[in-house]
Unconditional design. Structure first.
Length: 301
């Protein structure tokens, strides 16, 4: 079966129909949060229920990077190349310093513990943006069953100048993946409420980013069928590559479906990396996959 499904002729420029979908690793329970380090030619990602992070190095294969990982989920890099991680068990966002020590960036909002930070991005000004649904406190499968102290599932911004944690969105059911447009004027945020409630949200919304992290707008960018927009990334042309039930869907900046990368497992998240940033790494249920594209990812690697 071909790994590429074309819905718009423009997709043929972005993805080669003959490019193979490569399986790099198998054996996770729920693969999530891939992030690529070009300076080390490696990819880190989370295996949430197994409470570990894995490391794939080009030419060397896969080993464990961190266990226990506090049931880590989403990961990214900051402007200094440090690893930033969402931890379900720690109910916090942490940063791994270059010497390996851990710094807590956020674990509370207005004096109350966070729910279970899910996914995270860092803007060019150094601000850290993350989603905080309650998946990690709903059961012991991805964290520890606990009550929400905040009572809501919010989206937050950490101010780079003083570390203050501010809520920027409060009208999501289950805020999940998020990504900036290449010029950082837009912020895309997924709502995966359908995962826990029939008829719940399964879409991506788009916001205009203003001064001081103020968000406006919030219209639906696209709905994902089948599956959910658990995690996604933008390429340099502003297209959004998002997880879905049948693989990875690619949407243009207007929200039109261009095509799909078909994957034989439910996809949770993606990351660009590899030579020139043109490899799409795919965290999908029990496996890590990769496919070569003709377009680069917008985020630094």
């Amino acid at each position: 079966m071909a790994s590429i499904e074309v819905h718009d002729e423009r997709f043929r420029i972005l993805a080669d129909e003959n490019a193979p979908l490569r399986k790099l690793f198998g054996g996770t329970v729920w693969a999530e949060g891939p992030v690529y380090f070009s300076d080390a030619r490696m990819l880190l990602w989370s295996d949430i229920p197994n409470n570990r992070m894995l490391r794939w190095v080009d030419g060397l294969g896969t080993d464990e990077f961190r266990r226990p990982s506090n049931f880590s989920n989403g990961n990214t890099r900051d402007r200094e190349g440090r690893l930033v991680t969402c931890e379900h068990l720690g109910r916090r966002v942490s940063r791994t310093e270059h010497d390996g020590t851990i710094t807590v960036l956020a674990d509370r909002y207005q004096g109350k513990r966070l729910n279970s930070p899910n996914d995270v991005v860092v803007k060019s000004d150094g601000s850290v943006w993350f989603t905080d649904p309650d998946y990690g406190i709903m059961s012991n499968f991805e964290g520890k069953k606990s009550e929400s102290e905040i009572g809501k599932n919010l989206v937050y911004r950490i101010d780079p100048s003083n570390g203050r944690v501010d809520a920027v969105c409060d009208d999501f059911d289950k805020p999940n993946g998020l990504a900036f447009s290449p010029d950082e004027k837009l912020l895309y945020i997924a709502d995966t409420g359908h995962s826990e409630r029939e008829g719940g949200a399964h879409h991506i919304r788009v916001f205009t980013v203003g001064e001081g992290g103020h968000l406006s707008g919030g219209t639906v960018f696209t709905e994902i069928k089948p599956g959910l927009a658990d995690g996604f990334r933008a390429d340099v042309e502003g297209n959004i590559w998002t997880s879905a039930g049948d693989g990875v869907h690619c949407y243009d900046p207007a929200g039109r479906l261009l095509g799909k990368v078909l994957v034989p497992e439910v996809v949770a998240n993606v990351a660009f990396g590899g030579e020139g940033g043109r490899t799409l790494f795919i965290a999908a249920s029990t496996s890590l996959y990769a496919i070569a594209l003709s377009v680069r990812g917008a985020a630094r690697t």
